[in-house]
Design a binder for this molecule. Structure first.
Ligand code: PMP
Length: 407
């Protein structure tokens, strides 16, 4: 038994009482986005009722409240990631924007024709497309760490790709399509040994495990607030302070300058350097509340519970006649990708929706890894700590029923 955390926390998430097709909603689309605890919803509303102002620039009371709320959210993110300094925490729109920011600022400034970037076969399109575009613009070479048939990265092959030409290694910590957990600490260490910088995509990891960017050692780490029980439209770029301050800004505008004349511009250091214009103040504050919430429960506790729930679900799903699990890595988080013989993935998704169960079907913005494993799309339930054995049982019952009809 792995405990009943899901039962205990469910009540904190009002949407989990929603009825879909006459059934209580089962939210198994957590890899796409997570649901929000009441406390996050309340925090957003409190901000707009009592604190709303632009930040940093006015002498009045509300500017002070809004600035305090925003900057204390930055401190919460710093502590959540185990970063050294709040100056290393940049608020952006999400993981996608964070990666594009690094590609277009650090990448444009530091990479030259013939330089090499290494990504992995597991990457989400958000950690492929910005690098591919940069590679095409600048004549860089994009190399790919291959996987085995379980969807695990082949580190020996990775070692062979590294060379003095390697300037950046960009890998995900958890695959959104398969759930594979990658050994990011080792991957980063190998990149550094080759003289390259490393970016870790934490979009699918921060909601499932304790993350410490200093232990990982990455130069950049990105995640999206909406996948960790916070609002949409807010995310984080972590970067080592000395690297950020040596990097040209991405967008230009207000907030990010110390002094402007028509002849000369002097930029702030990070984080302001990378936060041009009015940011998503309220949602940053909401993200801070989400981080408080999961921190109070404990990411270790969350990770252990989810691990148990994922094993429970896997052991029930795998033996069902016609089920093919896609992604069978030893170390996995949250995700159960599969296909069911005799049905299209859309048909399976619709049958689940009929019973109030939300899963994603499709290519999950990770076409290269699905094609590597011989499929174009999968059905993808993905778990969070508010899911329960009962949720899993209802899901399994639908799949068993579908399976029996074709056998
Ligand atoms: N990387 C991974 C591994 C993801 O799963 C996602 C979202 N599915 C992203 C990046 C992009 O996140 P966002 O759409 O929130 O920017």
């Amino acid at each position: 038994s792995f405990g009943n955390l899901g039962e205990l926390v469910r009540k904190d998430f009002p949407i989990l009482n929603e009825q879909v097709n006459g059934k209580r909603l089962v939210w198994f689309d957590n890899a796409a986005t997570t649901q929000k605890p009441q406390l996050v919803i309340d925090r957003l509303s409190y901000f707009y009722q009592h604190e709303n102002s632009n930040i940093h620039r006015a002498a009045h009371e509300l500017a002070g409240r809004a600035t305090d709320a925003y900057e204390s959210a930055r401190e919460k993110v710093r502590a959540f990631l185990g970063a050294k300094s709040v100056n290393e925490i940049i608020f952006v729109r999400g993981a996608t924007e964070a990666i594009n920011l690094v590609a277009q600022s650090w990448g444009t400034q530091n990479l030259q024709s013939g330089d090499e970037i290494i990504v992995s076969q597991l990457e989400h399109h958000a950690n492929i497309v910005p690098w591919k575009r940069l590679a095409d613009q600048k004549g860089l070479v994009l190399k790919v760490i291959p996987v085995n048939n379980d969807g695990e990265l082949l580190l020996d092959e990775y070692a062979k790709l590294l060379s003095p030409k390697t300037k950046l290694v960009a890998v995900t910590q958890v695959s959104n399509a398969l759930g594979t957990i990658t050994p990011v600490q080792q991957i980063v260490a190998m990149a550094h040994a080759a003289g390259a910088k490393a970016l870790v995509d934490g979009a699918q990891s921060v909601s499932h495990m304790t993350v410490n960017v200093q232990a990982i050692g990455a130069d950049f780490f990105v995640f999206s607030g909406h996948k960790v029980f916070g609002p949409t439209g807010i995310g984080v770029l972590y970067g080592k302070e000395e690297i950020l301050n040596a990097t040209e800004p991405w967008q230009g505008g207000g907030n990010m300058i110390q002094d402007v004349t028509f002849e000369h511009i002097k930029y702030h250091n990070a984080p302001n350097r990378f936060e041009a214009g009015t940011g998503n103040i309220a949602d940053a504050v909401g993200l801070g509340a989400a981080i408080d919430y999961v921190t109070k429960i404990g990411m270790e506790v969350i990770g252990q519970y989810e691990h148990g729930l994922l094993e429970y679900a896997t052991n029930l799903l795998r033996p069902i006649d016609g089920v093919r699990l896609i992604g069978t890595a030893k170390h996995k988080a949250s995700v159960l990708s599969f296909t069911l013989k005799g049905y299209t993935n859309d048909e399976v998704g619709k049958a689940l929706n009929q019973e109030g169960i939300a899963v994603r079907t499709g290519h999950h913005c990770a076409q290269p890894i699905l094609r590597r494993l011989g499929v174009e799309t999968t059905v993808r339930p993905s778990l969070a700590f508010y899911n329960t054995c009962e949720d899993v049982d209802r899901f399994i019952a639908v799949i068993q029923h579908l399976s029996r009809q074709k056998r």
